[in-house]
Design a protein around this ligand. Structure first.
Ligand SMILES: [Zn+2]
Length: 599
């Protein structure tokens, strides 16, 4: 039996319109086919998506929607944003279908979409918790109710669904909901913003899909309405909600990390579609400040458990790092949009750091268990701190289950973040073995990345001479392209069919030190190799990892172990053994540390 749905387009999660001001154009989700490191994670994720359907049933999310639809009796359960888990999962199913069409995926998608559609009110409103638990009292507590947030995830899922399968069932729901929002909120309507952004990104993408200018205008309104004092006296300072200063005046990110980076990603979409250079410049400033002062070496974002928030500049504790998995995902989404807008390699560098480390640590090698928080140190005598504590190891689901389906949709749509094109050719930002086919251009990539630094790109097809742009990461001092030294940034290579371009990235182990203002890790080094940050895990040491010290001058060796942790390159430095940070806690939640004091 073969699946019958076909997409109307193969566009990915962020597809600027033809008139948007962007430097680079994303490829379609079907344009990139990968194997190797990330394909292994995607295979595990495919199983997790099927398991996710059961989790949503067990946790009550689907039943909530059935109750709202009048198809079941009872009380709704879970947090006010319970619906959003369903929508993120639906988005994951859509991207997964684009990669690997199957009737099973299509049937799951159609069944759950029908439940969502049935729960929608006649006027387009949809939020099962508000409709049932709160007696349909809408928007009475927008800073906390997550009504726009849930709508945003629904819209994103709907856009993914139509792009990947051609099915418009969820898009119809999303359109009605967006129309309801556009009729309720805005400059000449009710002035209000949701406490948790994501609706901004979603409305821009809906506009990109359907062309309705009201939805783009509402996204712009929500971006500009922030920082105007709309959220006050709601139990937290406006900072928590990214509402202290207007987005275009902010010079840094602050408050709840996921909220902040989702808002910034949506603002980047608005800036691209409206050719708003002032807004884009503000986002550049904020992104630079974030990466320079508020990002962990792992790409983790959010230093404080209190408020799940960014700390002050250089406030980056390792053991108490929050670094929510969702924050790394939002960081990737923001960085990707900045990359499209500017073509600046720093954003692709950030995507790499976040994806391979802060994000990937959030999911087990099995693909079905997750960390909510991602500290850089787990102490021997750590006290378990709620069900989000790493002391418990990764978990199959959470009471607040934002991260698991967020991981699912990111992994299933990962091909969308690897390459772009412009009029002259193709840009490779992240390296994975596989093929890239866009228009009349066909490329084949061979590499063992991230374990090996050799990347070989063959031009199989091209209408004539093209320009290949290969990213040399900022960490790759001494890289070569075609045997010639290549500085960090993009190396542009003219190529014709039959050409093979070889990029060699140096894979020596690097001992990284932090900015001296980061008190938490003064006198420490972190070992990195290629894009991977390494960690010392108790499993590999007799001495408590809390007591380990490292001689920066000690000889380092590397060895690939195909049977260890799904296949990893292990680093030794003196008598220390280190494994990639993303792979920690797959042999039990053992004590671990990234930053190690020097002798
Ligand atoms: Zn989360």
């Amino acid at each position: 039996m073969t699946a019958t749905s076909s997409p109307t387009s193969t566009r990915g999660p962020a597809a600027p319109t033809s008139t948007a001001r962007v430097a680079l154009r994303p490829l379609g989700v079907g344009d990139v086919r990968i194997d190797g490191f990330w394909a292994d994670r995607q295979r595990a994720n495919a199983t997790a998506i099927t398991v996710g359907r059961q989790r949503l049933e067990e946790a009550g999310n689907l039943q909530n929607l059935r109750i709202a639809a009048g198809r079941a009796e009872g009380e709704v359960v879970g947090p006010v944003f319970a619906d959003s888990d369903v929508y993120k999962w639906l988005e994951a199913v859509a991207w997964e279908y684009a990669r690997r069409p199957s009737d099973e995926l299509l049937e799951m998608q159609r069944e759950v979409t029908a439940i969502v559609a049935a729960a929608q009110a006649d006027d387009g409103y949809l939020n099962s918790v508000v409709q049932v638990r709160h007696g349909n009292a809408r928007y009475t507590d927008l800073p906390w109710s997550h009504e726009h947030y849930c709508a945003g995830h629904l819209i994103q899922a709907a856009v993914a669904q139509v792009r990947c399968t051609g099915d418009t069932a969820l898009l119809d729901v999303a359109g009605k909901l967006a129309d309801h929002l556009a009729g309720t909120f805005g400059a000449d309507r009710r002035h209000d913003v949701d406490g948790h952004p994501v609706i901004e990104m979603a409305l821009v993408e809906l506009h990109r899909e359907t062309g309705d200018p009201r939805h783009l205008e509402l996204a712009r309104y929500f971006v500009d309405a922030r920082g105007q004092g709309l959220i006050s006296a709601h139990g937290r300072e406006p900072t928590y909600f990214s509402d202290r200063v207007p987005v275009r005046e902010a010079i840094t990110v602050e408050g709840h990390a996921v909220r902040a980076v989702y808002l910034a990603a949506g603002a980047a979409d608005v800036a691209a579609e409206l050719d708003d250079e002032g807004l884009l410049q503000a986002l550049r400033t904020q992104f630079d400040h974030m990466t320079a002062t508020k990002m962990y070496v792992t790409g983790g974002l959010g230093a404080r458990w209190e408020g799940e928030a960014f700390g002050d500049p250089f406030e980056l504790p390792t053991d108490r790092a929050y670094a929510e998995t969702c924050a790394a995902i939002g960081g990737v989404q923001w960085a990707w949009r900045m990359l499209l807008a500017t073509g600046d390699a720093r954003y692709a560098d950030a995507v790499e750091r976040m994806l391979y480390n802060g994000f990937l640590a959030g999911v087990s090698l099995s693909g079905s268990e997750y960390f909510y928080v991602n500290p850089l140190q787990h102490r021997s005598d750590a006290h378990a701190d709620g069900n989000r504590s790493p002391a418990h190891g990764r978990r199959g689901w959470f009471d607040c289950a934002c991260c698991p389906p967020n991981v699912m949709r990111t992994l299933s749509g990962l091909e969308g973040y690897l390459a772009t094109r412009d009029d002259a050719g193709v840009q490779l930002h992240q390296y994975a073995p596989g093929t890239i086919t866009t228009g009349e251009i066909g490329l084949e990539v061979e590499t063992e990345y991230p374990w090996d630094g050799l990347v070989r790109v063959r031009v199989d097809e091209a209408p004539g001479p093209i320009r290949l742009s290969l990213r040399v990461p900022a960490w790759a001092e001494g890289a070569t392209v075609g045997g010639r030294p290549a500085a960090p940034g993009y190396v542009e290579v003219p190529a014709v069919p039959g050409d093979v371009v070889e990029l060699r990235l140096p894979m020596e182990v690097r001992a990284t030190t932090a900015h001296p203002r980061v008190d938490a890790v003064r006198g420490c080094v972190a070992l990195e190799r290629g894009p991977l940050v390494y960690a010392a895990e108790q499993t590999d040491h007799d001495t408590p990892v809390d007591d380990l010290r490292i001689d920066p001058a000690a000889p380092r060796t590397v060895a690939h172990h195909p049977d260890l942790l799904g296949g990893v390159t292990v680093v030794t430095a003196g008598d220390l053994t280190l494994v990639p940070y993303y792979s920690w806690a797959n042999r039990g939640p053992a004590p671990m540390r990234v930053w190690i004091p020097t002798i």
